[in-house]
Design a protein around this ligand. Sequence first.
Ligand SMILES: [Zn+2]
Length: 336
Amino acid sequence: MAWDRIRGQDAARQTFFAALERGRLAHAYLLVGPDGVGKQLFARELAKAFLCEKPPAKMTACDHCPACAQVEAHTHPDVLYLRTPEGKHELPVDEMRSFCTHLALKPARGARKIGIVIDADDFNEESANSFLKTLEEPPPGSLLLLLATSTDRQLSTILSRCQVVRFAPLKPADLEAILEQHGIADAEKRSRLARLGSGSVARALALDDDSIWQVRQKLIEGLTSTRPTFQSLAEAWSKFYETGKDTAAQRMRVSLVLAFLTETVQNALRLSLGASVSGLTTAEADRLKAFAARVGTEGLMELLEKCVEADYFVERRVQLILVIESVLDKFTAKAK
Ligand SMILES: [Zn+2]
């Protein structure tokens, strides 16, 4: 059945089954977990299960009736989505109000309405405040699902009115199976992408792109040349993220390059401490050692901190080009 498509999130599903069994379904749930682990898919499946016209079992959609088809196609009149508009960093209060107004209307075809806030990380004070009344007393029969990457990012007013359901990063085996469904036929490639994907389908799929491996190559060359230059890396990195199809994909691309940078600096640090690092040619290892000697242990630690900080800024929607520039400035200063 349809739930089978959602791998590795049995605990989350169990939460809803149990609540329904006990007749204790809450009005609002905050689905929390990293990007790309299936929260949106789960919310859609849940909407389908609640709105299906011929459910074969409790909490299970038939996947064939008109209601199921409409939820799948994002055209069901009783499922409302709210997301941060392209190019914006916050949920605008006007859109929040319109979402609440529509939620209060009678269901058009089903017995209930389901409101899904895709970007619950992006509430600002104003949009959160305008949502509170609906969140506290949703229209009868309606269900609110808020999707977020961490509870830390939620305003306490929102958090205190939701039941939290945690979504874990996917296990490599689950991730590999999902990558296979996405048409990646080569098992070795699936395994490599799953290993590097940090439990996220979106991240693993973003890595399935030759251009990122070219950026990685440029990055290692830039870092380890005798006269480090980050000009070509800056160009490659900017070009790479700009071709992301939306801002979420662009953030992912910047974050992936940061992960490569982190990995490279960590390798340099390990080598400088006499540890061995697998997967490097002798020439690469020698160049990384030379880089480590030039920068020094403290310098390497500073570079690692810079990468962590930059990733945080990416998550916080700081303008990407500024993040990239500040990282490369730091590397330039340290690697002279
Ligand atoms: Zn159905």
